[in-house]
Design a protein around this ligand. Structure first.
Ligand SMILES: Nc1nc2c(ncn2[C@@H]2O[C@H](COP(=O)(O)OP(=O)(O)OP(=O)(O)O)[C@@H](O)[C@H]2O)c(=O)[nH]1
Ligand SMILES: [Mg+2]
Length: 208
């Protein structure tokens, strides 16, 4: 399949909040209960459609374990979207989110248009809930982030996390906020758009 655009996503948050399970659900529409902690980083890709465009999502899943922190930071740069995950049953994973946001912003200083999403995962464990959804919503508003409660087990809201973020990126692009020639925005032209640009055809939304 030929994409119009590529977007770079990064997923961060404390260990065991379910980052890899969320990505596995998004890519395979499946849940694996026997996952092991991510070592360093993992990478996966999937195409989605936004309006009439085909967008290739390039998604980096990082290890939450402190020991890998200096290694994973190298992957934060040039992201279009940062997804911050906490576990609704573990308060400390939620209070850690502002620190994660600060860390990502420090590493993407040249991208004021970074799209951020806060995700409260494990919404299937309602009986063990330790973070109210209104707290998550409030934090997201404070950080101008999208907010979802989701579950990698049931699949609830998983596609929405990735799709809404892509839609927001595309809106910024259409508004002229994204310089496509500057890779710090995490937004690249795909083969289909490159072809259109080079043949001088329809250039709607194209900045070349
Ligand atoms: N009940 C429930 N368990 C989940 C969910 N998502 C993940 N888990 C479980 O939580 C544990 C940790 O999941 P991972 O996806 O490995 O967590 P991670 O955030 O990638 O952890 P690191 O790679 O160490 O940073 C595993 O036992 C998963 O089966 C969910 O939505 N609901
Ligand atoms: Mg992981």
């Amino acid at each position: 399949m030929s994409q119009d655009f590529f977007l770079k996503y990064i997923i961060v948050g404390n260990t065991s909040v379910g980052k890899s399970a969320i990505l596995h659900r998004f890519i395979k529409n499946d849940f694996k209960s026997d996952t092991i902690a991510t070592v360093g980083v993992d990478y996966k890709a999937r195409n989605i459609n936004v309006e009439d465009k085909s967008i290739g999502l390039m998604i980096w899943d990082t290890a939450g374990m402190e020991a890998y922190r200096s290694f994973t930071q190298a992957y934060y740069r040039s992201s279009a979207v940062a997804i911050f995950v906490y576990d609704i049953t573990k308060k400390e994973t939620f209070t850690a989110i502002p620190g994660w946001i600060q860390l990502i912003r420090q590493n993407c200083p040249d991208n004021p248009h970074l799209v951020t999403v806060i995700v409260g995962n494990k919404s299937d464990l309602e009986q063990q809930r330790a973070v109210d959804s209104t707290e998550g919503d409030k934090m997201a508003k404070e950080h101008k982030s999208l907010f979802f409660e989701a579950s990698a087990v049931t699949g609830d809201n998983i596609d929405e996390i990735f799709e809404k973020a892509a839609q927001q990126c595309f809106e910024k692009y259409k508004d002229g906020d994204i310089d496509i020639t500057n890779d710090t925005f995490g937004f690249l032209l795909g083969p289909r758009q490159l072809e259109i640009c080079s043949t001088g055809g329809e250039t709607s939304g194209c900045s070349c």
